[in-house]
Design a protein around this ligand. Structure first.
Ligand code: ADP
Length: 412
Protein backbone atom coordinates (compact mmCIF):
# COMPACT_ATOMS: atom_id res chain seq x y z
CA UNK A 1 0.00 0.00 0.00
CA UNK A 2 1.28 3.44 -0.78
CA UNK A 3 2.25 5.85 1.99
CA UNK A 4 1.82 9.61 1.96
CA UNK A 5 4.97 11.57 2.64
CA UNK A 6 4.99 15.34 3.15
CA UNK A 7 8.24 17.07 2.13
CA UNK A 8 8.97 20.49 3.60
CA UNK A 9 11.62 22.97 2.52
CA UNK A 10 11.58 25.87 4.99
CA UNK A 11 13.61 28.89 3.84
CA UNK A 12 14.10 32.15 5.66
CA UNK A 13 10.81 33.61 4.42
CA UNK A 14 9.11 30.74 2.61
CA UNK A 15 7.91 27.14 2.92
CA UNK A 16 7.85 24.95 -0.18
CA UNK A 17 6.03 21.65 0.16
CA UNK A 18 5.08 18.55 -1.79
CA UNK A 19 2.93 15.61 -0.81
CA UNK A 20 4.03 12.32 -2.38
CA UNK A 21 2.51 8.86 -2.61
CA UNK A 22 5.47 6.56 -2.02
CA UNK A 23 7.08 4.36 -3.17
CA UNK A 24 5.56 5.30 -6.55
CA UNK A 25 6.76 8.90 -6.26
CA UNK A 26 3.46 10.39 -7.48
CA UNK A 27 2.93 14.04 -6.49
CA UNK A 28 -0.50 14.46 -4.88
CA UNK A 29 -0.19 18.15 -4.00
CA UNK A 30 2.41 20.87 -3.85
CA UNK A 31 2.65 24.51 -2.98
CA UNK A 32 4.47 27.45 -1.58
CA UNK A 33 3.89 29.88 1.25
CA UNK A 34 6.02 32.96 0.69
CA UNK A 35 6.85 36.34 2.18
CA UNK A 36 6.49 34.96 5.70
CA UNK A 37 6.76 37.73 8.27
CA UNK A 38 5.91 40.47 5.77
CA UNK A 39 2.72 42.49 5.68
CA UNK A 40 1.32 40.56 2.73
CA UNK A 41 2.19 36.95 2.23
CA UNK A 42 0.98 34.49 -0.35
CA UNK A 43 -0.07 30.83 -0.38
CA UNK A 44 -0.06 29.00 -3.71
CA UNK A 45 -1.36 25.44 -3.78
CA UNK A 46 -1.85 22.78 -6.41
CA UNK A 47 -3.73 19.49 -6.17
CA UNK A 48 -5.81 17.39 -8.57
CA UNK A 49 -8.41 20.19 -8.50
CA UNK A 50 -5.95 22.67 -10.02
CA UNK A 51 -4.19 25.79 -8.73
CA UNK A 52 -5.32 28.16 -6.02
CA UNK A 53 -3.64 31.27 -4.72
CA UNK A 54 -4.43 33.33 -1.63
CA UNK A 55 -2.93 36.62 -0.46
CA UNK A 56 -2.79 36.87 3.31
CA UNK A 57 -0.48 37.72 6.13
CA UNK A 58 1.66 34.82 7.35
CA UNK A 59 3.09 35.69 10.75
CA UNK A 60 5.75 33.00 11.01
CA UNK A 61 6.67 29.47 9.91
CA UNK A 62 4.23 27.94 12.39
CA UNK A 63 1.37 29.95 10.88
CA UNK A 64 2.59 28.98 7.40
CA UNK A 65 2.53 25.27 8.18
CA UNK A 66 -0.88 25.60 9.81
CA UNK A 67 -2.21 26.99 6.50
CA UNK A 68 -0.55 24.19 4.56
CA UNK A 69 -1.99 21.34 6.63
CA UNK A 70 -5.43 22.96 6.48
CA UNK A 71 -5.23 23.30 2.70
CA UNK A 72 -4.05 19.71 2.31
CA UNK A 73 -7.15 18.45 4.12
CA UNK A 74 -9.84 20.86 2.84
CA UNK A 75 -10.95 21.85 -0.61
CA UNK A 76 -14.16 23.46 -1.83
CA UNK A 77 -13.93 21.41 -4.99
CA UNK A 78 -13.70 18.20 -2.94
CA UNK A 79 -10.21 17.44 -4.26
CA UNK A 80 -8.28 17.65 -0.98
CA UNK A 81 -5.14 15.55 -1.21
CA UNK A 82 -5.68 14.12 2.29
CA UNK A 83 -8.78 12.99 4.15
CA UNK A 84 -7.04 13.45 7.44
CA UNK A 85 -3.58 14.43 8.64
CA UNK A 86 -3.29 10.99 10.20
CA UNK A 87 -2.82 9.74 6.60
CA UNK A 88 0.67 11.27 6.55
CA UNK A 89 3.18 8.47 7.15
CA UNK A 90 6.23 10.72 7.54
CA UNK A 91 7.47 14.27 7.07
CA UNK A 92 10.78 14.81 5.28
CA UNK A 93 12.59 18.09 5.99
CA UNK A 94 15.27 19.63 3.86
CA UNK A 95 17.93 20.79 6.31
CA UNK A 96 20.76 22.89 4.95
CA UNK A 97 23.61 22.28 7.38
CA UNK A 98 24.19 19.01 9.17
CA UNK A 99 27.76 19.85 10.16
CA UNK A 100 30.00 16.79 10.37
CA UNK A 101 27.46 14.83 12.39
CA UNK A 102 25.04 13.69 9.70
CA UNK A 103 26.28 11.49 6.89
CA UNK A 104 22.79 10.55 5.71
CA UNK A 105 19.13 11.23 6.37
CA UNK A 106 17.99 10.56 9.95
CA UNK A 107 14.93 10.28 12.12
CA UNK A 108 14.65 13.59 13.96
CA UNK A 109 14.88 13.00 17.69
CA UNK A 110 15.29 15.63 20.45
CA UNK A 111 19.02 14.81 20.31
CA UNK A 112 19.11 15.60 16.56
CA UNK A 113 17.31 18.91 17.17
CA UNK A 114 19.89 19.82 19.83
CA UNK A 115 22.73 19.04 17.40
CA UNK A 116 21.09 21.20 14.72
CA UNK A 117 20.78 24.05 17.16
CA UNK A 118 24.52 23.80 17.74
CA UNK A 119 25.11 23.90 13.94
CA UNK A 120 22.85 26.94 13.53
CA UNK A 121 25.78 29.36 13.58
CA UNK A 122 27.28 27.55 10.55
CA UNK A 123 24.12 28.33 8.54
CA UNK A 124 22.48 31.29 10.28
CA UNK A 125 20.12 32.03 7.38
CA UNK A 126 18.99 28.47 6.84
CA UNK A 127 19.06 26.24 9.91
CA UNK A 128 16.81 28.42 12.14
CA UNK A 129 13.88 28.29 9.65
CA UNK A 130 14.53 24.55 9.17
CA UNK A 131 14.23 24.12 12.95
CA UNK A 132 11.05 26.23 13.02
CA UNK A 133 9.57 23.94 10.37
CA UNK A 134 10.50 20.84 12.35
CA UNK A 135 8.89 22.25 15.52
CA UNK A 136 5.69 23.20 13.67
CA UNK A 137 5.45 19.82 11.93
CA UNK A 138 5.84 18.05 15.27
CA UNK A 139 3.00 20.16 16.64
CA UNK A 140 0.55 19.69 13.74
CA UNK A 141 1.47 16.16 12.65
CA UNK A 142 2.64 14.66 15.96
CA UNK A 143 2.08 11.01 15.04
CA UNK A 144 4.36 11.06 11.97
CA UNK A 145 8.11 10.47 12.14
CA UNK A 146 10.07 13.57 11.12
CA UNK A 147 13.08 12.89 8.92
CA UNK A 148 15.96 15.28 8.32
CA UNK A 149 17.74 15.25 4.93
CA UNK A 150 20.87 17.37 4.92
CA UNK A 151 22.38 19.32 2.02
CA UNK A 152 25.78 18.57 3.48
CA UNK A 153 25.36 14.81 4.11
CA UNK A 154 26.36 13.49 0.67
CA UNK A 155 29.68 15.34 0.90
CA UNK A 156 30.70 13.82 4.23
CA UNK A 157 32.72 11.25 2.25
CA UNK A 158 35.20 13.94 1.13
CA UNK A 159 38.75 12.93 2.03
CA UNK A 160 40.74 15.22 4.29
CA UNK A 161 42.85 16.53 1.39
CA UNK A 162 39.65 17.89 -0.15
CA UNK A 163 37.87 19.21 2.93
CA UNK A 164 40.75 20.83 4.83
CA UNK A 165 41.58 24.44 4.06
CA UNK A 166 45.22 25.51 4.20
CA UNK A 167 44.58 27.37 7.44
CA UNK A 168 45.90 26.77 10.94
CA UNK A 169 44.61 23.39 12.04
CA UNK A 170 43.05 24.78 15.23
CA UNK A 171 40.42 26.61 13.15
CA UNK A 172 39.08 23.21 12.17
CA UNK A 173 39.42 21.74 15.64
CA UNK A 174 38.00 24.71 17.53
CA UNK A 175 35.58 26.29 15.06
CA UNK A 176 34.79 23.46 12.60
CA UNK A 177 36.15 25.47 9.66
CA UNK A 178 36.29 23.03 6.73
CA UNK A 179 34.67 22.39 3.36
CA UNK A 180 31.16 20.98 3.89
CA UNK A 181 29.57 21.45 0.47
CA UNK A 182 25.85 21.82 -0.26
CA UNK A 183 23.17 20.69 -2.77
CA UNK A 184 24.09 17.17 -1.63
CA UNK A 185 20.60 15.76 -2.13
CA UNK A 186 20.67 16.93 -5.75
CA UNK A 187 24.23 15.72 -6.45
CA UNK A 188 23.38 12.32 -4.95
CA UNK A 189 20.08 12.08 -6.88
CA UNK A 190 21.61 12.84 -10.30
CA UNK A 191 24.69 10.68 -9.62
CA UNK A 192 22.39 7.72 -8.83
CA UNK A 193 20.26 8.43 -11.91
CA UNK A 194 23.41 8.68 -14.03
CA UNK A 195 24.49 5.25 -12.76
CA UNK A 196 21.09 3.84 -13.75
CA UNK A 197 21.22 5.45 -17.21
CA UNK A 198 24.75 4.13 -17.74
CA UNK A 199 23.74 0.64 -16.61
CA UNK A 200 26.20 0.69 -13.71
CA UNK A 201 25.88 -0.03 -9.99
CA UNK A 202 25.50 3.17 -7.94
CA UNK A 203 28.91 2.55 -6.34
CA UNK A 204 30.62 1.84 -9.65
CA UNK A 205 30.18 5.21 -11.30
CA UNK A 206 32.61 8.16 -11.58
CA UNK A 207 30.83 11.38 -12.54
CA UNK A 208 31.16 15.13 -12.33
CA UNK A 209 27.81 16.62 -11.34
CA UNK A 210 27.00 20.27 -12.09
CA UNK A 211 24.02 21.65 -10.16
CA UNK A 212 23.34 25.00 -11.83
CA UNK A 213 20.38 26.86 -10.34
CA UNK A 214 20.28 30.18 -8.51
CA UNK A 215 22.97 28.66 -6.34
CA UNK A 216 25.51 26.60 -8.29
CA UNK A 217 27.87 23.86 -7.22
CA UNK A 218 29.78 20.93 -8.67
CA UNK A 219 30.83 17.62 -7.21
CA UNK A 220 33.40 15.00 -8.13
CA UNK A 221 31.74 11.65 -7.48
CA UNK A 222 34.06 8.64 -7.28
CA UNK A 223 32.48 5.19 -7.13
CA UNK A 224 29.18 6.82 -6.18
CA UNK A 225 30.62 8.91 -3.35
CA UNK A 226 31.36 12.61 -3.27
CA UNK A 227 35.14 13.18 -3.08
CA UNK A 228 35.22 16.91 -3.79
CA UNK A 229 32.78 19.75 -4.19
CA UNK A 230 32.97 23.43 -5.05
CA UNK A 231 31.02 25.00 -2.17
CA UNK A 232 32.85 25.27 1.13
CA UNK A 233 32.15 26.20 4.72
CA UNK A 234 29.26 28.18 3.24
CA UNK A 235 27.57 28.21 -0.18
CA UNK A 236 29.63 31.25 -1.25
CA UNK A 237 32.67 29.38 -2.57
CA UNK A 238 33.16 27.89 -6.01
CA UNK A 239 31.20 28.62 -9.15
CA UNK A 240 29.84 31.98 -10.28
CA UNK A 241 26.18 32.08 -9.16
CA UNK A 242 23.16 34.33 -9.65
CA UNK A 243 24.30 36.85 -7.04
CA UNK A 244 27.25 35.11 -5.32
CA UNK A 245 30.82 35.63 -6.45
CA UNK A 246 32.14 32.09 -5.90
CA UNK A 247 35.95 31.82 -5.80
CA UNK A 248 37.79 35.10 -5.28
CA UNK A 249 41.10 36.12 -3.77
CA UNK A 250 40.22 36.43 -0.05
CA UNK A 251 42.55 39.44 0.16
CA UNK A 252 39.99 41.40 -1.89
CA UNK A 253 37.98 41.56 1.32
CA UNK A 254 40.82 43.21 3.29
CA UNK A 255 41.50 45.56 0.42
CA UNK A 256 37.86 46.66 0.21
CA UNK A 257 37.50 46.89 3.99
CA UNK A 258 39.88 49.86 3.80
CA UNK A 259 37.52 51.74 1.48
CA UNK A 260 34.97 54.00 3.14
CA UNK A 261 31.86 52.40 1.62
CA UNK A 262 32.88 48.82 2.51
CA UNK A 263 34.13 49.27 6.06
CA UNK A 264 31.17 47.43 7.58
CA UNK A 265 31.45 43.64 7.40
CA UNK A 266 27.72 43.47 6.75
CA UNK A 267 28.14 45.53 3.58
CA UNK A 268 30.91 43.27 2.34
CA UNK A 269 28.89 40.18 3.13
CA UNK A 270 25.97 41.51 1.14
CA UNK A 271 28.29 42.58 -1.70
CA UNK A 272 29.70 39.05 -2.13
CA UNK A 273 26.45 37.14 -1.50
CA UNK A 274 23.78 39.36 -3.02
CA UNK A 275 25.32 41.81 -5.49
CA UNK A 276 27.99 39.76 -7.22
CA UNK A 277 27.92 36.77 -9.59
CA UNK A 278 25.91 37.10 -12.80
CA UNK A 279 24.12 40.16 -11.44
CA UNK A 280 27.31 41.95 -10.48
CA UNK A 281 29.17 41.27 -13.73
CA UNK A 282 26.23 42.04 -16.02
CA UNK A 283 24.82 44.94 -14.00
CA UNK A 284 21.51 43.67 -15.37
CA UNK A 285 20.13 40.51 -13.81
CA UNK A 286 20.87 37.31 -11.91
CA UNK A 287 18.46 35.43 -14.17
CA UNK A 288 20.08 33.47 -16.98
CA UNK A 289 17.02 33.79 -19.23
CA UNK A 290 17.25 37.59 -19.09
CA UNK A 291 20.99 37.48 -19.72
CA UNK A 292 20.67 35.13 -22.69
CA UNK A 293 18.13 37.43 -24.30
CA UNK A 294 20.19 40.54 -23.59
CA UNK A 295 23.40 38.94 -24.85
CA UNK A 296 21.65 37.92 -28.07
CA UNK A 297 20.75 41.58 -28.57
CA UNK A 298 24.35 42.69 -28.09
CA UNK A 299 24.49 43.49 -24.33
CA UNK A 300 28.25 43.03 -23.82
CA UNK A 301 28.26 42.71 -20.05
CA UNK A 302 25.47 40.12 -20.15
CA UNK A 303 27.57 38.12 -22.64
CA UNK A 304 30.65 38.49 -20.45
CA UNK A 305 28.75 37.32 -17.35
CA UNK A 306 27.66 34.16 -19.19
CA UNK A 307 31.19 33.56 -20.48
CA UNK A 308 32.73 33.89 -17.02
CA UNK A 309 30.01 31.61 -15.58
CA UNK A 310 30.76 28.89 -18.17
CA UNK A 311 34.55 29.34 -17.97
CA UNK A 312 34.51 28.68 -14.21
CA UNK A 313 32.53 25.46 -14.77
CA UNK A 314 35.00 24.34 -17.44
CA UNK A 315 37.92 24.88 -15.07
CA UNK A 316 36.21 22.80 -12.39
CA UNK A 317 35.49 20.00 -14.87
CA UNK A 318 39.22 19.92 -15.63
CA UNK A 319 40.11 19.92 -11.94
CA UNK A 320 37.66 17.16 -11.07
CA UNK A 321 38.67 15.04 -14.07
CA UNK A 322 42.17 15.20 -12.56
CA UNK A 323 41.07 13.78 -9.19
CA UNK A 324 38.77 11.04 -10.48
CA UNK A 325 39.63 7.67 -11.99
CA UNK A 326 38.17 6.98 -15.46
CA UNK A 327 35.37 9.54 -15.85
CA UNK A 328 32.04 8.09 -17.01
CA UNK A 329 29.94 11.25 -17.35
CA UNK A 330 29.52 14.95 -16.78
CA UNK A 331 25.99 15.62 -15.56
CA UNK A 332 24.10 18.90 -15.89
CA UNK A 333 21.13 19.69 -13.66
CA UNK A 334 19.25 22.61 -12.03
CA UNK A 335 17.27 25.32 -13.84
CA UNK A 336 20.30 26.43 -15.87
CA UNK A 337 21.89 23.01 -16.37
CA UNK A 338 18.60 21.53 -17.58
CA UNK A 339 17.59 24.38 -19.87
CA UNK A 340 20.42 26.60 -21.02
CA UNK A 341 21.88 24.72 -24.00
CA UNK A 342 24.22 27.59 -24.84
CA UNK A 343 25.81 27.52 -21.38
CA UNK A 344 26.21 23.74 -21.48
CA UNK A 345 27.96 24.11 -24.81
CA UNK A 346 30.26 26.85 -23.50
CA UNK A 347 31.02 24.86 -20.32
CA UNK A 348 32.33 21.83 -22.25
CA UNK A 349 33.80 23.71 -25.23
CA UNK A 350 37.31 22.52 -26.04
CA UNK A 351 37.25 19.62 -23.59
CA UNK A 352 37.69 17.21 -26.50
CA UNK A 353 41.34 18.29 -26.94
CA UNK A 354 42.72 17.04 -23.63
CA UNK A 355 39.89 15.09 -22.05
CA UNK A 356 38.18 13.64 -25.13
CA UNK A 357 34.78 14.87 -23.90
CA UNK A 358 32.78 15.85 -26.96
CA UNK A 359 29.35 17.47 -27.15
CA UNK A 360 26.85 16.65 -29.89
CA UNK A 361 25.71 20.20 -30.68
CA UNK A 362 22.48 19.10 -32.38
CA UNK A 363 21.45 16.87 -29.46
CA UNK A 364 22.36 19.60 -26.98
CA UNK A 365 20.19 22.16 -28.70
CA UNK A 366 17.02 20.11 -28.49
CA UNK A 367 17.25 19.43 -24.74
CA UNK A 368 15.43 22.04 -22.68
CA UNK A 369 12.04 23.29 -21.68
CA UNK A 370 8.77 21.46 -21.26
CA UNK A 371 8.93 17.98 -19.86
CA UNK A 372 12.68 18.37 -19.35
CA UNK A 373 13.59 14.83 -20.36
CA UNK A 374 16.79 13.09 -19.34
CA UNK A 375 19.22 13.03 -22.24
CA UNK A 376 22.70 11.99 -23.33
CA UNK A 377 24.14 14.85 -25.40
CA UNK A 378 27.67 13.53 -26.04
CA UNK A 379 28.86 12.30 -29.43
CA UNK A 380 29.17 8.55 -29.90
CA UNK A 381 32.99 8.76 -29.74
CA UNK A 382 33.15 11.01 -26.65
CA UNK A 383 35.42 9.63 -23.88
CA UNK A 384 32.69 10.30 -21.29
CA UNK A 385 28.96 10.83 -21.62
CA UNK A 386 27.43 14.29 -21.12
CA UNK A 387 24.06 13.86 -19.42
CA UNK A 388 21.21 16.25 -18.71
CA UNK A 389 19.23 14.93 -15.72
CA UNK A 390 16.46 17.03 -14.18
CA UNK A 391 17.04 17.08 -10.44
CA UNK A 392 14.30 16.16 -8.00
CA UNK A 393 15.43 16.93 -4.49
CA UNK A 394 11.91 16.66 -3.08
CA UNK A 395 11.48 13.16 -4.46
CA UNK A 396 14.85 12.13 -3.05
CA UNK A 397 13.83 13.49 0.36
CA UNK A 398 10.47 11.68 0.11
CA UNK A 399 12.30 8.44 -0.70
CA UNK A 400 14.57 8.81 2.34
CA UNK A 401 11.65 9.69 4.63
CA UNK A 402 9.67 6.73 3.28
CA UNK A 403 12.55 4.36 3.89
CA UNK A 404 12.89 5.56 7.48
CA UNK A 405 9.11 5.44 8.03
CA UNK A 406 9.07 1.83 6.80
CA UNK A 407 11.93 0.98 9.17
CA UNK A 408 9.94 2.61 11.99
CA UNK A 409 6.82 0.59 11.08
CA UNK A 410 4.81 3.71 10.16
CA UNK A 411 3.53 2.62 6.76
CA UNK A 412 0.92 -0.06 7.50
P1 ADP B 1 16.80 27.35 -7.55
O1 ADP B 1 18.23 27.23 -7.22
O2 ADP B 1 16.15 28.56 -6.94
O3 ADP B 1 15.99 26.07 -7.39
P2 ADP B 1 16.48 26.85 -10.38
O4 ADP B 1 17.10 25.50 -10.35
O5 ADP B 1 15.04 26.97 -10.69
O6 ADP B 1 16.81 27.70 -9.09
O7 ADP B 1 17.32 27.72 -11.47
C1 ADP B 1 17.11 29.07 -11.68
C2 ADP B 1 17.95 29.51 -12.87
O8 ADP B 1 17.59 28.70 -13.99
C3 ADP B 1 17.73 30.96 -13.26
O9 ADP B 1 18.96 31.59 -13.57
C4 ADP B 1 16.91 30.82 -14.53
O10 ADP B 1 17.15 31.89 -15.42
C5 ADP B 1 17.45 29.53 -15.12
N1 ADP B 1 16.49 29.00 -16.10
C6 ADP B 1 15.26 28.51 -15.86
N2 ADP B 1 14.64 28.16 -17.03
C7 ADP B 1 15.53 28.48 -18.02
C8 ADP B 1 15.50 28.38 -19.44
N3 ADP B 1 14.44 27.89 -20.09
N4 ADP B 1 16.60 28.77 -20.12
C9 ADP B 1 17.67 29.26 -19.48
N5 ADP B 1 17.76 29.38 -18.14
C10 ADP B 1 16.71 29.01 -17.42
Amino acid sequence: MSAKILVLNCGSSSIKYQLFAMPEGTVLARGLVERIGEERGCHKHWDSGGDTSAQLQVRDHRAGLEMIVKRLTTSQAGTAALKDLSDIAAVGHRVVHGGETFTGSVLITPEVVRTLEVHADLAPLHNPPNLAGIAAAKEFIPHAPQVGCFDTAFHMTLPEVAYQYALPRELYEKYHVRRYGFHGTSHRYVARRAAELLGKHKYAVNVITCHLGNGCSMAAVKEGKSVDTSMGLTPLEGLVMGTRCGDIDPAIIFYLAEKPEYKALKTLNSLLNKQSGLLGISGLSNDVRTLLQAAAKGHLRAALALDIFAYRIRKYIGAYAAVLPKLHAVVFTGGIGENAALLRAKAVAGLEHNLGIKLDAALNNVVSGAGRPEADIATADSSARILVIPTNEEKAIAADAYEIAVAQGHTD
